[in-house]
Design a protein around this ligand. Structure first.
Ligand SMILES: [Zn+2]
Length: 276
């Protein structure tokens, strides 16, 4: 299903295959090293005589092959591989199709020329904020959703959310349903997140005590135990700004010099000059 509203396009993927790839530790250039294994023959299979097992993959880091009578090395580090976890479930994709191109919302690729940590962390923050908003509205726990990392679809950045349950729990499908106003529920939630000061999150985030105390993120805003892996990247100001950029092609994120219209940008100049 696809629904287009302004510069935001919502896709609902029923029965989508979600893949998580672990390519091993990255080197200093951000390139994946992948995992490595020696290919060996096992000469001692449960003590059975004359029984050998060829083509066994052994991690060279944990098993001493040289001088060990059990193994005959046939190909040193002959395997380079990643680990893949795959599941089928329902997912929701929010694609920004008509955003202000000066904002570089599209630099969200995992690596390469279209990848910037700032843009990726803004998009990741936006995804986690949306998951929490959706969980609040649907009265479920945030971990019922899988906040997937953003990616590019052609030239357009795309936020991705999936149901945690295999085969879907109906939550993403529900968020993609078109309401009385002819728009998907998730599009209405994005509007509420960036524009409704009477509702969570703006009601709480813009509380003066929070604004002064929280420079990036805290447990009173986008941090939760479940998203602890992302805590260093999460930033509530970036999250709101990124979502605003996705839905409003005129939004310039203060490139026009105006820092007063949107509350999340008001202290930005001050903070940036502090860190000069
Ligand atoms: Zn906070």
């Amino acid at each position: 299903m696809l629904d287009e509203e302004g510069s935001l396009t919502v896709h609902v993927g029923a029965g989508t295959t979600i893949m998580n790839l672990n390519s091993g530790v990255e080197d200093e250039n951000g390139q994946a090293r992948f995992f490595g294994a020696d290919v060996v023959t096992d000469n001692d299979v449960l003590g059975w005589k004359n029984v050998t097992l060829p083509e066994q993959a052994i991690d060279p880091g944990i098993e001493r092959i040289a001088g060990n009578g059990r193994w005959t090395l046939t190909a040193p580090v002959a395997m380079r591989f990643g680990l893949l976890a795959q599941k089928e479930t329902d997912a929701l994709f929010l694609e920004a199709t008509g955003f202000n191109r000066r904002l570089n919302l599209d630099l969200v690729a995992r690596r390469g020329a279209r990848s910037r940590t700032g843009a990726r962390s803004a998009a990741i923050s936006a995804t986690h904020l949306l998951v929490q908003k959706a969980a609040l509205v649907l009265d479920v726990a945030p971990d019922e959703f899988d906040a997937l990392e953003p990616r590019l679809r052609g030239d357009s950045p795309m936020l991705q959310i999936a149901d945690t349950l295999i085969n879907g729990s109906g939550l993403c499908r529900r968020l993609g349903e078109v309401g009385r106003d002819g728009r998907p529920e998730i599009a209405r939630l994005v509007d509420e997140v960036v524009g409704d000061r009477g509702q969570w999150p703006l009601r709480d985030f813009l509380d003066e005590r929070h604004v002064t105390r929280c420079s990036t993120s805290c447990y009173a805003c986008v941090r939760q135990y479940q998203n602890r892996r992302y805590h260093p990247l999460l930033d509530w100001r970036l999250a709101i700004s990124y979502l605003r950029g996705m839905i409003d092609p005129r939004y310039a994120c203060s490139l026009d010099g105006n820092f007063d219209v949107y509350r999340e940008l008001r202290v930005w100049l001050e903070r940036a000059s502090l860190h000069e």
